[in-house]
Design a protein around this ligand. Structure first.
Ligand code: NAD
Length: 238
């Protein structure tokens, strides 16, 4: 079997959790990786192996557009997101709603707008947006997060159809609760209740998400676009 062609990949949220695992997966397969995050985080220790570490806020469209070589990116993996406070919608400050939508939705849009034209011009590209089972089912206390992830799923499907004949495939993944620093602020008991809903009876590991994302970024993934891939240990029913 021929070795996979080395590509240039940009991973957002690469400083932690699932994004860091995805960046390491791509690095291990010989791709040039641009690690994007508010803070370098885990990628600080890998800076010598990376194409670049860029500290920026994905809501800042101008900063995203200004990333050196942004037009040369072949693979995009979008993990940057925030959960926001856990509260019923009626008690959620509107500023929190706006920030969650800005990071989780507008951030995803900013990165796609900056990278898709180059991919289309070259006739090859892979985009994987990390959504969540919350975007399909809606998690109580996390209405803004759930709405933002539902938007990521619909956005992925729409953009994928726009580009279906270009060689650029756009997919998303919808993990269940995954063992990353994002869970650090979860109120007591919440994680146990979430795990109880997973037929496999455990949390997802970030490396398991990276394996799925990695395949979606590869040449081997050739006839899937606009799809939302489940990774929930059997929880999702659609
Ligand atoms: N952990 C889970 O249970 C779980 C479940 C389903 C989906 N997800 C999704 O997986 C993705 C990765 O989450 P994680 O669990 O690895 O979380 P994490 O908190 O470990 O990592 C998220 C990273 O995004 C970065 N980030 C946040 N806002 C940013 C911004 N404005 N600009 C640039 N970077 C920013 C953070 O600095 C952090 O390094 C997210 O999209 C999350 O919604 C997580």
């Amino acid at each position: 079997m021929a070795a996979a062609e080395a590509r240039t990949a940009l991973v957002t949220g690469a400083g932690s959790g699932i994004g860091a695992e995805c960046a390491e997966w791509l690095l291990a397969r010989g791709h040039d990786v641009v690690a994007v995050d508010l803070r370098a985080g885990r990628m600080a220790a890998r800076a010598d192996e990376l194409h670049a570490v860029v500290e920026l806020d994905v809501t800042d469209a101008a900063a995203v557009e200004a990333v050196d070589g942004i037009d040369e990116i072949d693979i995009v993996v979008q993990c940057a997101a925030i959960g926001g406070p856990s509260a019923p919608l009626t008690e959620l400050p509107i500023d929190d709603w706006e920030r969650i939508m800005a990071v989780n939705v507008t951030g995803v849009v900013n990165v796609m707008k900056a990278t898709l034209p180059g991919m289309v011009r070259r006739g090859w590209g892979r985009v994987v947006n990390v959504a969540s089972i919350a975007g399909k089912e809606g998690d109580p206390g996390l209405s803004a997060y759930s709405a933002s992830k539902g938007a990521v799923i619909a956005l992925t499907k729409a953009v994928a159809k726009e580009l279906a004949t270009t060689g650029v495939l756009v997919n998303c993944v919808a993990p269940t609760v995954t063992d990353t620093p994002m869970l650090a602020g979860a109120p007591p008991g919440v994680l146990d209740r979430l795990v109880d809903r997973i037929p496999m009876g455990r949390m997802c590991r970030p490396s398991e998400v990276a394996e799925l994302v990695g395949w979606l970024c590869s040449d081997e993934c050739s006839f899937s676009t606009g799809a939302c891939y489940d990774i929930t240990g059997g929880r999702a029913t659609y």
